[in-house]
Design a protein around this ligand. Structure first.
Ligand code: PEP
Ligand code: MN
Length: 360
């Protein structure tokens, strides 16, 4: 058997997709009922989607959450395929899932972030896939930002002789307050691209953003950043979805969003772009200079607190400042999440600098 490496992976071919068009995979987080699955699939097929997704076995953080309909949803996906001609995709996390999905003729299997983080699970899945080289396997990034773990997961699938392999970037878990549900850490998929230049890399803006309103800007960003396509969660009645309700979009919303997305050529027009980039560079220089000035004032305050034996953090002052900044940010058109994130980071650094002064 030829041993395939990341370097040899070829782009995915999706029948019926125009040359150079991004691959769009769409469908509900979970298949919930046959009706919901088919209603969503029909609406998506009518917008030109060629690949339908729906989770049957759902890895949920909390026990007691909806854990998917399991095997019985396989026939719903078969019905979607029969009726619409779309390829169908579902998540597999165990050997049993792989066997059931292969037997049901599911075209594309994806491996979720919690599974790709586990080499034992990955090897079991790879072994179960051996001999089924007709299937396409998508490997989502592991929950933790570890490029090697992602590469290792891909290599295990390749090692089982599967050549239709692609990656999906869905962001990484992280502690603390963030705008997005999962931190994109874009440099990680960019670095993956260097290791596997021919491989299709998709972006999942739904799981990165975690909120409906982020799906479109993240999708545009992903296309602009050279991702080969998108995996988007779409539900015929998102507010009633049994999983990931906040991030799913309705089919009409999906259709409008897809029509607004701009697919740009890979080659930038250097002059115009260069000028805009110059402006960005200037803004960044200004920002850094202001931050340095702010920290120097913080250190002065640190000296004062030290001289007068005052505590570093005064909660009431912190609350007042945060409230005032959020209001100011909002007047300037900045989102509350963003202002909060920036102000928290600045505050943390200020505290660190003052502690340094108090303790030395
Ligand atoms: C999903 O695609 O519904 C899913 C569970 O994704 P992830 O593994 O990225 O969390
Ligand atoms: Mn989901």
């Amino acid at each position: 058997m030829v041993n395939h490496t990341l370097q040899d992976i070829q782009p995915l071919m999706i029948p019926g997709l125009a040359d150079g068009a991004p691959i769009i995979i769409a469908g509900p987080c979970s298949a919930e009922t046959e009706q919901q699955t088919l209603d969503t699939a029909r609406a998506l097929s009518a917008t030109g989607v060629r690949v339908f997704r729906a989770g049957l076995w759902k890895p949920r953080t909390m026990p007691g959450s909806f854990e998917g309909v399991g095997d019985k949803g396989l026939s719903w996906l078969q019905a979607v395929k029969r009726e619409t001609g779309m390829l169908v995709a579902t998540e597999v996390a165990t050997v049993e899932h792989v066997r059931a999905a292969l037997e049901a003729g599911i075209d594309i299997l994806w491996i979720g972030a919690r599974t790709s983080a586990n080499p034992f699970a990955m090897q079991d899945i790879a072994d179960a896939l051996r001999g089924h080289d007709e299937v396409t396997v998508l490997v989502k990034n592991p929950v933790n930002p570890d490029l090697d773990l992602w590469i290792g997961a891909l290599q295990r699938i390749l090692g089982a002789g599967i050549t239709r392999v692609a990656a999906v970037h869905r962001g990484f878990s992280s502690a603390g307050t963030h705008i997005y549900r999962n931190d994109p850490q874009w440099h990680i998929p960019f670095e993956l691209r260097r290791h596997a230049p021919g491989m299709t890399i998709l972006c999942d803006p739904s799981h990165i953003g975690g909120k409906r309103e982020f799906v479109e800007p993240l999708s545009q960003l992903a296309l602009d950043a050279g991702f080969d396509g998108l995996m988007i969660e779409c539900h015929c009645d998102p507010d009633k979805a049994l999983s990931d309700s906040a991030q799913q979009v309705a089919p009409e919303e999906f259709k409008a969003m897809i029509s607004r997305l701009v697919v740009r050529s890979g080659a930038p027009i250097e002059d115009e772009l260069g000028l805009l980039r110059q402006q960005i560079d200037d803004c960044d220089h200004e920002l850094l200079a202001v931050l340095a000035r702010r920290m120097s004032v913080s250190r002065e305050i640190g000296l004062f607190k030290k001289a007068h034996n005052l505590r570093v953090v005064q909660p009431a002052r912190y609350q007042d400042v945060m409230r005032a900044r959020l209001a100011e940010g909002s007047t300037l058109g900045l989102s509350e999440d963003f202002t909060q994130l920036v102000m928290q980071a600045i505050h943390e650094e200020s505290v660190r600098q003052q502690l340094d002064i108090l303790n030395n």
